[in-house]
Design a protein around this ligand. Structure first.
Ligand code: C5P
Length: 326
């Protein structure tokens, strides 16, 4: 595709974090097919950077960077993961939704530098959508109200509002109703990636298959979790981590049991599946412990491993390039 060059050199880059769920309570499917959730989200120091610039048509370019998303060199550039993401991307949907909300006809070139695993259970696509909303709001000088951004985010996906918020927050509804929580911890997670992604609907389907009569209690937030977060005690937190999708994800991918065991063998305080998986999270007591657990996992042959701090900020502008000064 050829493009006439546009004479607007401005670019805006927005960084968006991955999320983990400290508690993921899931209920029986609602009439709309979504599952009611009672979750506690935490934003972790693993990011996608989204850069936007004015363009005459929507284009998306995806660059896979970092240990959790690197692809084998033999990957075909037309059928590989980056190409698949470029063909159908939630960031473009976010941009179109923002333009429609304001009734403007505009398009943009979007470049996504991905470090968050793709289909990994860490809301990487949601992070890109949230980042695109904020980046284009700034590029187009729209001044969209926070409530409107949260509303647009919720329409794009259940996890998108949390990516805007960051920090630590409860999530109810289908995950899109977010409320900040006090979190005094300086947590460290070791993130263990996987070569293959896992489909979120497939894992929810496996959850339903485990409960054929739909007899699942309404999900509720555990009362002890806010206290552990306010306290900042990793041993307390380790005892409270819980993911109701974990057993269902293991039904789809039994191999993940060995990855969870590897985290414990490497000395983590506790392990759990991230969201719908397949990424595995290992909670550590501090940065030194996270380095030891990372080294242990690498010695055991796991190479898609990074240690990340939490909580971190939600989407934020990291670069605004107004173009050359004339
Ligand atoms: O909201 P989002 O687009 O991220 O959801 C992806 C899929 O995950 C949905 O189509 C649905 O199958 C499943 N899902 C669900 N209940 C939720 C969130 C997601 O069943 N609360």
């Amino acid at each position: 595709m050829s493009h006439a060059p546009l004479h607007d050199p401005r670019t805006v880059t927005v960084r968006a974090p991955a999320k983990v769920n400290l508690h993921l309570g899931v209920g029986a499917p609602r009439a709309d097919g979504f599952h009611p959730l009672a979750t506690v989200y935490q934003a972790v120091g693993l990011y996608d950077d989204v850069t936007v610039s004015a363009w005459d048509d929507w284009t998306v370019r995806v660059l896979l960077e970092g240990p959790l998303v690197e692809q084998p060199e033999r990957a075909d550039p037309t059928t590989g993961l980056a190409a698949q993401l470029e063909r159908d991307n939630i960031a473009e949907r976010a941009g179109r939704l923002l333009a429609a909300h304001h009734g403007i006809e505009a398009a943009a070139a979007i470049t996504i530098r991905k470090s968050i695993p793709v289909a990994g259970g860490m809301a990487g696509g949601s992070a890109d959508a949230a980042a695109t909303l904020v980046a284009l709001d700034r590029l187009w000088d729209l001044g969209t109200a926070d409530e409107d951004l949260l509303d647009l985010a919720a329409r794009l996906g259940s996890d998108v509002p949390f990516a805007l918020l960051g920090g630590t927050a409860s999530g109810t509804g289908r995950g899109e109703v977010v409320e900040p929580l006090l979190d005094r911890g300086a947590w460290w997670w070791v993130v263990i990636g996987n070569e293959r992604g896992l489909s979120t609907p497939a894992v929810y389907g496996a959850f339903d298959a485990r409960h054929p009569t739909g007899d699942v209690p309404d999900p509720a937030l555990p009362t002890a979790l806010p206290a552990a977060l306010a306290d900042g005690d990793p041993v307390m937190l380790a005892a409270l981590l819980d993911n109701h999708l974990q057993a269902a994800a293991l039904d789809v991918r039994p191999d993940l049991a060995a990855t969870l065991d590897a985290g414990l063998d490497a000395g983590a305080l506790q392990v759990l599946l991230s969201g719908s998986g397949p990424t595995v999270l290992a909670l550590c007591s501090d940065a030194d412990h996270a380095r030891e657990v990372t080294a242990g996992l690498q010695r055991a042959g796991h190479h898609r491993v990074v240690a990340v701090p939490a909580p971190v900020a939600g989407v934020h502008v990291v670069e605004y390039d107004g173009g050359p000064v004339r």
